[in-house]
Ligand binder design. Sequence first.
Ligand code: DAH
Length: 361
Amino acid sequence: MNGKDDLQELEARFLAEIEKAGDERALEDIRVAALGKKGEISTRMKGLGKLPPEERKSMGQALNALKSRIAEAIAARREVLKQQALAARLEKERVDVTLPVRPEHKGSIHPVSHVWEEVVEIFADLGFSVAEGPHIETDWYNFEALNIPPEHPARQEHDTFYFHRKDDGTRMLLRTHTSPVQIRTMESTPPPIRIIAPGRTFRCDSDQTHTPMFHQVEALVIDEETHMGHLKWTLEEFCKAFFETDSVKMRFRASHFPFTEPSMEVDINCSWEGGQVKVGEGDDWLEILGSGMVHPNVIRAGGLDPERYQGYAFGIGLDRLAMLKYGIPDLRAFFEADLRWLRHYGFSFLQVPTLAGGLSA
Ligand code: DAH
């Protein structure tokens, strides 16, 4: 058998097949048949040893050259096929952006998502940015760095979900509030700091006003001159914007949180006429948030110098805000995924809350 003629024939055959390959899979089959471990070219390479020494060298060179020509042809064809596949996909997945919105859409935005967006919109306008932290936290971030040492009574109130203990005795937990984001933000961001952190929180608790998973929004402001007047003004602006009324009255009550000193709880006025709560009317009071000036221990735990930096923080229940603003009576229904409830209380996805366009309208 004349080896060189055989190679020419082989090359012609493979090149023709490569040219004909209709997709990347077919091309891969050809590659395996030619260059794969048991492919025709590899088999011939293995047979080199049986050739007489004078033929071995030239045959080896010829095989190597053939191998690279085939590999190049495959690569070139693959590129062509890729381009063709892309062009076909672009053609097939074309979207007509001029089509009108279909009126029969069924989905809706959950009230919590809507209120979340409203809150972000209001605070963005006040110069706050949005920060995030993990749902699964360490004891340090959730408690200790927030000035809640192991024996502190506040730990009982938090009804914490713990994970199994690790070999070193520590255990992770589901964050019981968004306050750990305060510490994480101080660690990662040089002051001045002005953030809100909306997110999910978890406590082992369930009744008409408590669910094991709920939502809070935390706020943290840290710089060199912030004082309680700033805190109060910010909260007033927030309440007016959120409840979309200038008439809402606020009451600041001295309170206690380990991570703030002094601490205040904030109530807003409301009426309960006909069993329905109306914010900004009447003489009843409803607690909506906890706040205060950040405790020096917390600032220190965040890696900053409390002699130089100070600031305020507050935490609001997002679900609570949604219930109040949209007159939703039972918190548990928020997380039952009942379609009738969602259609009733949900928002259209076209209804993006903006301060200019209106938050709830
Ligand atoms: N972390 C508190 C809670 O879940 C709420 C809170 C109170 C947050 C006062 C704050 C604050 O930032 O200053 O009960």
